[in-house]
Design a protein around this ligand. Structure first.
Ligand code: NAI
Ligand code: MG
Length: 484
């Protein structure tokens, strides 16, 4: 199979500007989660492919790419963004087949990828150093410099968006990148590599090596010539990566998901809140790091919110990605098993509504009917652990203090939202919530590329997205000149 219209063979890696088979000659099957069929074979990259990719990145960093000005890098990124937009139909189709993402959601991810390129293209030439007032006879200034070779280990849930935010910011600041996409979904990563090549990105500045986490991923993290690792995925893999990176003392950015709450107070505009309460839980079939899996509702509006969310859940339909319903399949049979395991653990809970899997959904697809639980104790596993599927729990609270305690009462801290008309309460909670982002009377704010994003606690550390990411993908040098 060739990826149309780019005509690249997905069983290849992009290393040093050329497509080549993995050194071992081995491939892995890529599954279409909508029906369980094999879409194609992908490269099973391993340590030797990673080593070649890191070598190519180092050479690019020490060569013309490393010497390119911010304006030149920005122009190339701008061209990549343009090519992404030109190929929106094909990219969305690839992502839908590969991830199981409904087509409309896949198209939104293509637009986001293009926006990241545009945003970082336009912002990197505004990344200034400083001059620092100092002793008489000195001039002191700072330089923002690229790390060098950056490794990007990304998951399968939003490949294009995560490539955009991490690879986009890394390239904009002049790093040379090695991208290890997830074994479950890597077609748009390959397509992106080809589009970047066609946009004039120098050979080696971006290398794409698909493969298993324990092989290609582990090799990239352990490689001695990698200067920075950006990782999005599970807590357990994040822990391994931080530990491995500690061996050679390199910085890591970890984005590890969450258990993000929405707090709904008695005075909230419930009509406005409802679509956000549900969509934030079922978008991408709940496989979203910033999914809102906990809905905390004050007693005065509790019954109303439960009933109205249940009504929406009953109308949800899960089906093949290309049918473009509100919910697609999960990414894999394994992910479906994990999510069904959680739903089974809720057998003693109040399951107030379930959506349906459409009757003509292929039997081999990884479908899970969305599930909504109410009256869930805040310490229950369904209210504490990341499920990563179309499952939400509703938890009642009496007052602001209790809402805050429940909201902050998990090991995570990625995103939170507060629905209330009370301005003072908005301000208090925005400060008190342990969360990398807080939304007031909305959730996600449209996911804008401009908004710095990242977590605390088990959600990870470091910030991507927005201008802030440019600091993370650079290091600061202080120059002190004595001139008398
Ligand atoms: P994972 O963390 O194992 O996979 C994410 C990426 O890490 C993939 O590219 C994988 O190949 C790579 N990887 C795996 N093991 C590695 C290793 N030893 N060294 C270096 N790289 C490695 O996540 P997985 O298994 O796909 O999903 C398990 C759970 O993780 C999900 O149920 C969900 O709860 C969470 N998750 C969170 C995500 C987020 O957006 N924060 C994304 C994906 C998963
Ligand atoms: Mg894994």
């Amino acid at each position: 199979m060739l990826l149309r219209p780019l005509d690249i063979d997905p069983s290849h890696c992009l290393i040093d500007g050329r497509w080549r088979g993995p050194a071992s000659g081995q491939t892995l099957p890529l599954i279409n989660p909508s029906d369980g069929s094999i879409l194609c074979e992908i490269a099973r990259g391993d340590a030797s492919d990673i080593d070649r990719a890191v070598g190519a990145a180092r050479a690019a960093f020490e060569g013309p790419w490393g010497k390119a000005t911010a304006v030149e890098r920005g122009r190339i990124l701008q061209r990549i963004g343009g090519l992404v937009v030109e190929n929106i139909d094909e990219l969305a189709q690839l992502e839908a087949l590969d991830v199981g993402k409904p087509l409309t959601q896949a198209r939104a991810d293509v637009v986001a990828l293009a926006r990241y390129m545009e945003f970082y293209a336009g912002s990197v030439d505004k990344l200034h150093g400083q001059t620092i007032p100092y002793l008489e006879g000195y001039t002191v200034y700072t330089l923002r410099e690229a790390h060098g070779v950056t490794g990007h280990i990304i998951p399968w849930n939003y490949p294009m968006q995560i490539i955009g935010r991490s690879v986009g910011a890394a390239l904009a600041t002049g790093n040379a990148a090695v991208l290890k996409p997830a074994e479950e979904a890597c077609l748009t990563a390959l397509a992106f590599g080809e589009l970047a090549r066609r946009a004039g990105l120098p050979d080696g500045a971006l290398n794409v090596v698909p493969g298993l986490g324990a092989e290609a991923g582990a090799a990239l993290t352990a490689h001695r010539d990698v200067d920075h690792i950006s990782f999005t995925g599970s807590v357990s893999t994040g822990r391994l990566i931080q530990r491995t990176a500690a061996e050679h003392i390199i910085p890591v950015t970890l984005e590890l998901g969450g258990k993000s709450p929405q707090l709904v107070f008695d005075d909230a505009d419930i009509d406005a809140a409802l679509p956000f309460l549900v969509n934030a839980g079922i978008q991408n079939a709940g496989q979203t790091c910033s999914a809102s899996s906990r809905i905390l509702v004050q007693r005065g509006v509790y019954d109303q919110v439960v009933a109205r969310m249940a009504e929406r859940y009953s109308a949800l339909r899960a089906g093949p990605a290309l049918s473009d319903l509100s919910v697609g399949p999960l990414v894999s049979a394994r992910q479906k098993e994990i999510v069904e395991g959680f739903i089974a653990k809720g057998a003693d809970l109040n399951l107030v509504a379930r959506g349906q899997v459409v009757t003509d959904a292929p039997a081999g697809g990884a479908y899970v009917a969305p599930a909504l639980f109410a009256d869930v104790p805040a310490d229950h596993t369904l209210a504490q652990d990341e499920i990563f599927g179309p499952v939400q729990v509703i938890i009642p609270f009496e007052d602001e203090a209790e809402a805050l305690a429940i909201a902050n009462g998990t090991a995570y801290g990625l995103v939170a939202s507060v629905w209330t008309q009370n301005g003072a309460r908005q301000m208090r909670l925005a400060r008190a919530l342990r969360s990398g982002q807080v939304f007031l009377n909305n959730y996600g704010a449209g996911g804008g590329v401009e908004l710095p994003f990242g977590g605390s606690g088990l959600s990870g550390h470091g910030r991507e997205k927005g201008f802030e990411a440019l600091y993370g993908f650079t290091t600061l040098k202080t120059v002190a000149a004595y001139h008398g």
